[in-house]
Design a protein around this ligand. Sequence first.
Ligand code: ZN
Length: 418
Amino acid sequence: MCLGRAQYIALLHVENRNGESFRHFLLRILLLSTKISPMPACNEYPTDLFSDSYEEARQKFKDSLAIIRQLFPNAQHQSHSLSIDPALTIDWITSEPPAKEKLFILTTGQHGLEGFTGAAVQQLFIHEYLPMLDHATTGLLLVHAINPWGMKHRRKVNGNNVDLNRNFNLHSHEYDPLFNPVARQLEQLVYPRIALRASWINRVLFYLRVIANVLRVGRSDFMAGALMGQYCFPDGIYYGGTEAEEETQVMMRLYQSMLAAYSQVVHLDMHTGYGPRRQMSLVNTPHELASSAELAARFGYPLVQKSNAEEFYATRGDMIGYLHQLKSGLPHIKRFYASTFEFGTYGDSLLDGIRSLAVMVFEMQARCFGVKSVDSGRWIERKFDDLYDIRDEKWVNKALADARQAFEGILKAEGYWE
Ligand SMILES: [Zn+2]
Protein backbone atom coordinates (compact mmCIF):
# COMPACT_ATOMS: atom_id res chain seq x y z
CA MET A 1 0.00 0.00 0.00
CA CYS A 2 1.16 3.49 -0.76
CA LEU A 3 -0.20 6.67 0.79
CA GLY A 4 -1.40 9.38 -1.57
CA ARG A 5 0.04 12.85 -1.01
CA ALA A 6 -3.27 14.32 0.14
CA GLN A 7 -3.86 11.51 2.65
CA TYR A 8 -0.38 11.90 4.00
CA ILE A 9 -0.60 15.67 4.40
CA ALA A 10 -4.04 15.42 5.97
CA LEU A 11 -2.66 12.91 8.43
CA LEU A 12 0.28 15.13 9.26
CA HIS A 13 -1.98 18.01 10.15
CA VAL A 14 -4.08 16.11 12.65
CA GLU A 15 -3.07 17.55 16.00
CA ASN A 16 -4.45 17.14 19.45
CA ARG A 17 -5.46 20.11 21.56
CA ASN A 18 -2.10 20.39 23.25
CA GLY A 19 -0.40 20.78 19.92
CA GLU A 20 1.48 17.64 20.81
CA SER A 21 2.51 15.28 18.04
CA PHE A 22 -0.51 13.02 17.90
CA ARG A 23 0.00 13.06 14.14
CA HIS A 24 3.32 11.29 14.52
CA PHE A 25 1.67 8.62 16.63
CA LEU A 26 -0.98 8.09 13.94
CA LEU A 27 1.65 8.14 11.24
CA ARG A 28 3.76 5.53 12.98
CA ILE A 29 0.76 3.23 13.45
CA LEU A 30 -0.10 3.55 9.78
CA LEU A 31 3.46 3.01 8.64
CA LEU A 32 3.82 -0.04 10.86
CA SER A 33 0.53 -1.47 9.64
CA THR A 34 1.51 -1.00 6.01
CA LYS A 35 5.16 -2.05 6.52
CA ILE A 36 6.45 0.72 4.31
CA SER A 37 9.32 3.09 4.87
CA PRO A 38 8.28 6.68 5.57
CA MET A 39 7.75 7.71 1.99
CA PRO A 40 5.11 10.40 1.77
CA ALA A 41 4.19 10.76 -1.85
CA CYS A 42 4.33 8.01 -4.45
CA ASN A 43 3.27 10.28 -7.28
CA GLU A 44 5.71 13.09 -6.41
CA TYR A 45 8.71 10.99 -5.48
CA PRO A 46 11.43 11.63 -8.10
CA THR A 47 11.94 8.74 -10.51
CA ASP A 48 15.67 9.24 -10.01
CA LEU A 49 17.11 10.97 -6.96
CA PHE A 50 20.41 11.47 -8.82
CA SER A 51 20.98 14.04 -11.56
CA ASP A 52 23.35 14.06 -14.51
CA SER A 53 24.14 17.76 -14.44
CA TYR A 54 24.40 20.61 -11.98
CA GLU A 55 21.45 22.32 -13.69
CA GLU A 56 19.23 19.24 -13.40
CA ALA A 57 20.08 18.82 -9.70
CA ARG A 58 19.39 22.53 -9.06
CA GLN A 59 16.04 22.33 -10.85
CA LYS A 60 15.03 19.33 -8.70
CA PHE A 61 15.93 21.34 -5.62
CA LYS A 62 13.93 24.36 -6.79
CA ASP A 63 10.97 22.14 -7.66
CA SER A 64 10.99 20.67 -4.16
CA LEU A 65 9.98 24.07 -2.72
CA ALA A 66 6.34 23.34 -3.62
CA ILE A 67 6.50 20.01 -1.77
CA ILE A 68 8.22 21.56 1.23
CA ARG A 69 5.58 24.31 1.40
CA GLN A 70 2.84 21.72 1.86
CA LEU A 71 4.50 20.88 5.17
CA PHE A 72 6.32 24.14 5.94
CA PRO A 73 4.09 26.92 4.56
CA ASN A 74 6.67 29.64 5.32
CA ALA A 75 9.40 28.02 3.23
CA GLN A 76 11.34 30.41 0.94
CA HIS A 77 13.88 29.87 -1.81
CA GLN A 78 16.86 32.20 -2.20
CA SER A 79 20.07 32.07 -4.17
CA HIS A 80 23.42 33.76 -4.62
CA SER A 81 24.98 34.15 -8.07
CA LEU A 82 28.72 33.59 -8.19
CA SER A 83 30.80 36.52 -9.43
CA ILE A 84 32.96 34.12 -11.50
CA ASP A 85 29.84 33.02 -13.45
CA PRO A 86 26.45 34.50 -12.50
CA ALA A 87 24.64 31.53 -14.09
CA LEU A 88 25.97 29.41 -11.22
CA THR A 89 24.11 29.83 -7.95
CA ILE A 90 24.25 28.67 -4.37
CA ASP A 91 20.58 27.88 -3.62
CA TRP A 92 18.92 27.51 -0.27
CA ILE A 93 15.47 26.98 1.17
CA THR A 94 14.68 28.32 4.61
CA SER A 95 11.62 28.09 6.79
CA GLU A 96 11.12 30.03 9.99
CA PRO A 97 8.57 28.42 12.33
CA PRO A 98 6.10 30.33 14.53
CA ALA A 99 7.98 29.13 17.64
CA LYS A 100 11.70 28.93 16.95
CA GLU A 101 12.99 26.01 18.97
CA LYS A 102 14.90 23.61 16.74
CA LEU A 103 16.87 24.29 13.56
CA PHE A 104 17.65 21.58 11.02
CA ILE A 105 20.42 22.23 8.45
CA LEU A 106 21.31 19.98 5.53
CA THR A 107 24.10 21.16 3.20
CA THR A 108 25.50 19.68 -0.02
CA GLY A 109 28.14 20.25 -2.67
CA GLN A 110 30.85 21.99 -0.69
CA HIS A 111 33.18 19.76 -2.68
CA GLY A 112 31.53 20.40 -6.06
CA LEU A 113 31.45 16.97 -7.70
CA GLU A 114 30.46 15.33 -4.41
CA GLY A 115 27.27 17.39 -4.66
CA PHE A 116 25.57 14.84 -6.93
CA THR A 117 25.35 12.24 -4.17
CA GLY A 118 24.66 15.05 -1.70
CA ALA A 119 21.77 16.40 -3.78
CA ALA A 120 20.30 12.88 -4.13
CA VAL A 121 20.44 12.33 -0.37
CA GLN A 122 18.90 15.79 0.11
CA GLN A 123 16.01 14.82 -2.17
CA LEU A 124 15.59 11.62 -0.17
CA PHE A 125 15.46 13.64 3.03
CA ILE A 126 12.88 16.08 1.65
CA HIS A 127 10.58 13.31 0.46
CA GLU A 128 10.95 10.83 3.29
CA TYR A 129 12.00 12.64 6.47
CA LEU A 130 10.82 16.24 6.25
CA PRO A 131 7.28 15.10 7.18
CA MET A 132 8.69 13.82 10.49
CA LEU A 133 9.71 17.34 11.57
CA ASP A 134 7.33 19.65 13.43
CA HIS A 135 6.78 22.72 11.23
CA ALA A 136 5.48 24.70 14.23
CA THR A 137 8.75 24.55 16.16
CA THR A 138 11.43 23.51 13.66
CA GLY A 139 13.24 25.83 11.27
CA LEU A 140 14.92 24.68 8.07
CA LEU A 141 18.05 25.57 6.16
CA LEU A 142 18.55 23.30 3.13
CA VAL A 143 21.47 24.29 0.89
CA HIS A 144 22.04 23.02 -2.64
CA ALA A 145 25.61 23.27 -3.95
CA ILE A 146 27.78 25.38 -1.68
CA ASN A 147 30.32 25.11 -4.53
CA PRO A 148 28.26 25.27 -7.73
CA TRP A 149 31.32 25.98 -9.91
CA GLY A 150 32.91 22.72 -8.74
CA MET A 151 29.68 20.80 -9.30
CA LYS A 152 29.23 22.26 -12.79
CA HIS A 153 32.84 21.59 -13.81
CA ARG A 154 33.05 18.24 -11.97
CA ARG A 155 35.81 19.42 -9.68
CA LYS A 156 36.20 19.29 -5.92
CA VAL A 157 37.65 22.80 -5.51
CA ASN A 158 36.06 26.13 -6.41
CA GLY A 159 36.96 28.39 -9.34
CA ASN A 160 40.03 29.70 -7.47
CA ASN A 161 41.35 26.17 -6.87
CA VAL A 162 40.45 26.47 -3.18
CA ASP A 163 39.19 23.53 -1.16
CA LEU A 164 36.27 25.20 0.60
CA ASN A 165 36.44 22.67 3.44
CA ARG A 166 39.83 24.14 4.38
CA ASN A 167 38.62 27.72 3.93
CA PHE A 168 36.25 28.14 6.91
CA ASN A 169 38.66 29.82 9.29
CA LEU A 170 37.32 32.08 11.99
CA HIS A 171 40.41 34.32 12.05
CA SER A 172 42.46 35.74 9.16
CA HIS A 173 45.77 34.62 10.72
CA GLU A 174 44.66 31.00 10.27
CA TYR A 175 45.28 31.30 6.50
CA ASP A 176 48.92 30.92 7.42
CA PRO A 177 51.34 29.86 4.64
CA LEU A 178 53.64 28.44 7.31
CA PHE A 179 50.93 26.12 8.62
CA ASN A 180 51.51 22.40 7.97
CA PRO A 181 55.30 22.30 7.41
CA VAL A 182 55.11 18.62 6.39
CA ALA A 183 53.16 19.73 3.28
CA ARG A 184 56.26 21.62 2.19
CA GLN A 185 58.43 18.55 2.75
CA LEU A 186 56.08 16.64 0.44
CA GLU A 187 56.02 19.40 -2.18
CA GLN A 188 57.74 17.47 -4.97
CA LEU A 189 55.48 14.48 -4.44
CA VAL A 190 52.11 16.11 -3.90
CA TYR A 191 52.45 19.06 -6.24
CA PRO A 192 54.13 17.91 -9.47
CA ARG A 193 54.33 20.92 -11.77
CA ILE A 194 54.41 19.28 -15.19
CA ALA A 195 51.75 18.08 -17.62
CA LEU A 196 50.20 14.74 -16.66
CA ARG A 197 51.17 11.58 -18.51
CA ALA A 198 48.91 8.87 -17.10
CA SER A 199 51.10 5.91 -18.05
CA TRP A 200 51.28 2.91 -15.77
CA ILE A 201 54.99 3.61 -15.22
CA ASN A 202 54.21 7.08 -13.85
CA ARG A 203 51.50 5.64 -11.63
CA VAL A 204 53.82 2.99 -10.22
CA LEU A 205 56.53 5.62 -9.67
CA PHE A 206 54.03 7.77 -7.78
CA TYR A 207 53.10 4.82 -5.53
CA LEU A 208 56.78 4.12 -4.84
CA ARG A 209 57.41 7.77 -3.98
CA VAL A 210 54.44 7.75 -1.58
CA ILE A 211 55.76 4.64 0.15
CA ALA A 212 59.25 6.18 0.39
CA ASN A 213 57.78 9.35 1.93
CA VAL A 214 55.60 7.39 4.38
CA LEU A 215 58.73 5.55 5.53
CA ARG A 216 60.66 8.85 5.75
CA VAL A 217 58.19 10.98 7.77
CA GLY A 218 55.93 8.30 9.31
CA ARG A 219 52.35 7.43 8.35
CA SER A 220 50.55 9.94 10.60
CA ASP A 221 52.82 12.85 9.61
CA PHE A 222 52.43 11.88 5.99
CA MET A 223 48.63 11.82 6.29
CA ALA A 224 48.65 15.17 8.08
CA GLY A 225 50.98 16.73 5.52
CA ALA A 226 48.93 15.52 2.58
CA LEU A 227 45.36 15.89 3.88
CA MET A 228 45.16 18.43 6.71
CA GLY A 229 45.09 21.43 4.42
CA GLN A 230 47.78 23.89 3.38
CA TYR A 231 47.91 27.61 2.66
CA CYS A 232 51.11 27.92 0.62
CA PHE A 233 50.64 26.06 -2.71
CA PRO A 234 47.69 27.41 -4.77
CA ASP A 235 48.30 24.65 -7.34
CA GLY A 236 48.24 21.89 -4.73
CA ILE A 237 45.59 19.67 -3.19
CA TYR A 238 43.69 20.82 -0.08
CA TYR A 239 44.71 24.43 -0.66
CA GLY A 240 42.75 26.58 1.81
CA GLY A 241 43.21 30.01 0.16
CA THR A 242 44.33 33.33 1.62
CA GLU A 243 40.96 34.58 2.92
CA ALA A 244 37.34 33.47 3.13
CA GLU A 245 36.18 32.74 -0.43
CA GLU A 246 32.91 34.16 -1.80
CA GLU A 247 31.09 30.84 -1.23
CA THR A 248 32.44 30.65 2.31
CA GLN A 249 31.34 34.21 3.06
CA VAL A 250 27.80 33.48 1.80
CA MET A 251 27.58 30.40 4.00
CA MET A 252 29.06 32.15 7.06
CA ARG A 253 26.45 34.92 6.79
CA LEU A 254 23.67 32.34 6.41
CA TYR A 255 24.83 30.35 9.42
CA GLN A 256 25.24 33.48 11.56
CA SER A 257 21.72 34.70 10.79
CA MET A 258 20.03 31.29 11.12
CA LEU A 259 21.76 30.23 14.34
CA ALA A 260 20.79 33.49 16.08
CA ALA A 261 17.27 32.41 16.99
CA TYR A 262 17.23 28.71 17.96
CA SER A 263 18.08 26.84 21.14
CA GLN A 264 18.83 23.57 19.35
CA VAL A 265 20.64 22.89 16.08
CA VAL A 266 21.32 19.76 14.01
CA HIS A 267 23.51 20.20 10.93
CA LEU A 268 24.32 17.39 8.49
CA ASP A 269 26.77 18.02 5.62
CA MET A 270 27.05 15.60 2.66
CA HIS A 271 30.39 14.36 1.24
CA THR A 272 31.76 11.41 -0.72
CA GLY A 273 35.21 9.88 -1.09
CA TYR A 274 36.64 8.69 2.20
CA GLY A 275 35.93 5.67 4.35
CA PRO A 276 34.90 2.07 3.61
CA ARG A 277 33.47 1.56 0.12
CA ARG A 278 30.01 0.46 1.12
CA GLN A 279 29.53 1.97 4.56
CA MET A 280 28.82 5.65 5.09
CA SER A 281 30.90 7.11 7.93
CA LEU A 282 29.42 9.68 10.26
CA VAL A 283 32.42 11.97 10.77
CA ASN A 284 32.50 14.43 13.68
CA THR A 285 35.06 17.13 14.39
CA PRO A 286 37.32 17.10 17.46
CA HIS A 287 35.03 19.89 18.80
CA GLU A 288 32.36 17.22 19.40
CA LEU A 289 32.68 16.24 23.07
CA ALA A 290 30.92 12.87 22.85
CA SER A 291 33.11 9.94 21.86
CA SER A 292 32.52 8.07 18.63
CA ALA A 293 31.40 4.99 20.60
CA GLU A 294 28.84 7.07 22.55
CA LEU A 295 27.45 8.60 19.36
CA ALA A 296 27.28 5.21 17.61
CA ALA A 297 25.21 3.88 20.52
CA ARG A 298 23.05 7.01 20.73
CA PHE A 299 22.19 7.00 17.01
CA GLY A 300 22.16 3.24 16.49
CA TYR A 301 24.61 3.78 13.63
CA PRO A 302 27.52 1.38 13.05
CA LEU A 303 30.34 3.69 11.90
CA VAL A 304 31.04 6.96 13.69
CA GLN A 305 34.45 8.62 13.52
CA LYS A 306 36.15 11.76 14.69
CA SER A 307 38.29 13.82 12.31
CA ASN A 308 41.47 13.58 14.35
CA ALA A 309 44.72 11.84 13.48
CA GLU A 310 43.76 8.72 15.47
CA GLU A 311 40.39 7.98 13.86
CA PHE A 312 40.18 9.77 10.50
CA TYR A 313 42.48 12.65 9.67
CA ALA A 314 42.81 16.10 11.16
CA THR A 315 41.91 19.22 9.17
CA ARG A 316 42.03 23.01 9.46
CA GLY A 317 39.36 25.36 8.15
CA ASP A 318 36.58 22.76 7.87
CA MET A 319 32.98 23.94 7.84
CA ILE A 320 31.63 21.78 10.67
CA GLY A 321 34.51 22.94 12.87
CA TYR A 322 33.55 26.53 12.05
CA LEU A 323 29.94 25.84 13.09
CA HIS A 324 31.14 24.47 16.43
CA GLN A 325 33.25 27.57 17.03
CA LEU A 326 30.40 29.86 16.02
CA LYS A 327 28.04 28.04 18.35
CA SER A 328 30.45 28.33 21.29
CA GLY A 329 29.91 32.12 21.17
CA LEU A 330 26.10 31.76 21.17
CA PRO A 331 25.04 30.81 24.71
CA HIS A 332 21.33 30.62 23.73
CA ILE A 333 22.11 27.38 21.85
CA LYS A 334 21.64 24.66 24.45
CA ARG A 335 21.91 21.61 22.26
CA PHE A 336 24.00 21.19 19.12
CA TYR A 337 24.98 18.37 16.83
CA ALA A 338 26.85 18.87 13.54
CA SER A 339 28.35 16.10 11.47
CA THR A 340 29.40 14.95 8.03
CA PHE A 341 28.01 12.03 6.07
CA GLU A 342 31.05 10.57 4.22
CA PHE A 343 30.01 8.07 1.59
CA GLY A 344 33.16 5.98 0.98
CA THR A 345 34.08 5.09 -2.58
CA TYR A 346 37.52 3.47 -3.04
CA GLY A 347 37.76 1.91 0.43
CA ASP A 348 39.77 2.48 3.58
CA SER A 349 42.88 0.31 3.23
CA LEU A 350 46.33 1.90 2.97
CA LEU A 351 46.42 1.01 -0.72
CA ASP A 352 42.99 2.61 -1.26
CA GLY A 353 44.28 5.72 0.50
CA ILE A 354 47.31 5.91 -1.80
CA ARG A 355 45.10 5.33 -4.88
CA SER A 356 42.76 8.15 -3.92
CA LEU A 357 45.71 10.46 -3.14
CA ALA A 358 47.17 9.64 -6.57
CA VAL A 359 43.89 10.49 -8.31
CA MET A 360 43.61 13.79 -6.41
CA VAL A 361 47.20 14.75 -7.23
CA PHE A 362 46.93 13.71 -10.90
CA GLU A 363 43.64 15.60 -11.31
CA MET A 364 45.14 18.77 -9.86
CA GLN A 365 48.21 18.30 -12.07
CA ALA A 366 46.06 17.88 -15.18
CA ARG A 367 43.91 20.94 -14.37
CA CYS A 368 46.85 23.21 -13.50
CA PHE A 369 49.51 22.01 -15.94
CA GLY A 370 47.63 20.18 -18.69
CA VAL A 371 47.91 16.64 -20.03
CA LYS A 372 50.39 15.01 -22.41
CA SER A 373 47.66 13.24 -24.39
CA VAL A 374 43.89 13.12 -24.85
CA ASP A 375 43.91 9.61 -23.35
CA SER A 376 45.60 10.89 -20.19
CA GLY A 377 42.87 13.56 -19.88
CA ARG A 378 40.07 11.02 -20.30
CA TRP A 379 41.71 8.60 -17.88
CA ILE A 380 41.97 11.12 -15.06
CA GLU A 381 38.42 12.42 -15.60
CA ARG A 382 37.10 8.85 -15.34
CA LYS A 383 39.13 8.13 -12.22
CA PHE A 384 38.03 11.38 -10.57
CA ASP A 385 34.38 10.50 -11.23
CA ASP A 386 34.97 7.02 -9.74
CA LEU A 387 36.33 8.64 -6.61
CA TYR A 388 33.56 11.20 -6.02
CA ASP A 389 30.45 10.47 -8.09
CA ILE A 390 29.62 6.76 -8.17
CA ARG A 391 26.43 5.62 -9.94
CA ASP A 392 26.87 1.85 -9.56
CA GLU A 393 23.44 0.53 -8.50
CA LYS A 394 24.73 -1.54 -5.60
CA TRP A 395 26.74 1.39 -4.22
CA VAL A 396 23.84 3.83 -4.62
CA ASN A 397 21.36 1.52 -2.88
CA LYS A 398 23.68 0.98 0.07
CA ALA A 399 24.45 4.71 0.29
CA LEU A 400 20.74 5.57 0.42
CA ALA A 401 20.09 2.82 2.99
CA ASP A 402 22.91 4.17 5.18
CA ALA A 403 21.56 7.72 4.83
CA ARG A 404 18.10 6.52 5.94
CA GLN A 405 19.57 4.73 8.96
CA ALA A 406 21.58 7.79 9.98
CA PHE A 407 18.69 10.24 9.45
CA GLU A 408 16.37 8.10 11.55
CA GLY A 409 18.91 7.57 14.32
CA ILE A 410 19.93 11.24 14.55
CA LEU A 411 16.43 12.74 14.21
CA LYS A 412 15.06 10.44 16.91
CA ALA A 413 18.00 10.81 19.30
CA GLU A 414 18.03 14.61 18.96
CA GLY A 415 14.28 14.87 19.50
CA TYR A 416 13.37 16.05 15.97
CA TRP A 417 11.28 12.97 15.23
CA GLU A 418 8.91 12.72 18.13
ZN1 ZN B 1 34.09 16.25 0.57
